[in-house]
Design a protein around this ligand. Structure first.
Ligand code: SF4
Ligand code: SF4
Length: 159
């Protein structure tokens, strides 16, 4: 007799549990805007990572393709694992020789995202970008030049 009673109690509990589960599913079916789970990769064009996400180090450029990097090399000195190389060159401006950055090389594959380069840059030239599709088949593609082609030091810094 007890086993029959237990059977119906378990059956009842099972139905209650099913109804609870289906009510959650039903809620999100009629309120799709409340769905938290990211539908990746279907949403890769609109997916926005959270603010503190660190995808890679970048050099900040403005709309005129100018940056703040003076090529001082402090970021490279402070990087604990040699992920940054700063190569500078000398140019002539108004008859005067001037040292400017040639290549700011970032080895993304070695970076531990500690943020020391960004924190110690006196010009605030670097930042973390929230990029998230960084896997590559060829590891040499993880070596990046952060100063954009044709870019230059922002004008205020030259004054
Ligand atoms: S990014 Fe900053 S610290 Fe690094 S070389 Fe440029 S100015 Fe110096
Ligand atoms: S975040 Fe850290 S490990 Fe990565 S390049 Fe900057 S200093 Fe180096």
């Amino acid at each position: 007799m007890n086993s029959i009673k237990k059977y119906f109690v378990d059956l009842f509990k099972g139905v209650i549990s099913l109804v609870k589960g289906m009510s959650v599913t039903g809620h999100y079916f009629v309120h799709p805007g409340e769905i938290i789970t990211e539908q990746y990769p279907n949403n890769r064009n609109t997916l926005k990572m959270f603010d503190r996400f660190k995808g890679e180090v970048i050099m900040v450029h403005n709309e005129n393709n100018e940056h703040h990097c003076t090529g001082c090399g402090i970021c490279a000195m402070n990087c604990p694992n040699g992920s940054i190389e700063v190569i500078s060159k000398t140019i002539e401006v108004d008859g005067k020789k001037k040292k400017v950055i040639d290549k700011h090389i970032y080895h993304h594959g070695m970076c531990t995202f500690c943020g020391l380069c960004i924190k110690t840059c006196p010009q605030h030239a670097l930042a973390f970008a929230p990029t998230f599709e960084n896997s590559v088949y060829d590891r040499s593609r993880l070596n990046k030049i952060l100063n954009h082609p044709g870019s230059s030091l922002i004008k205020e810094k030259e004054a």
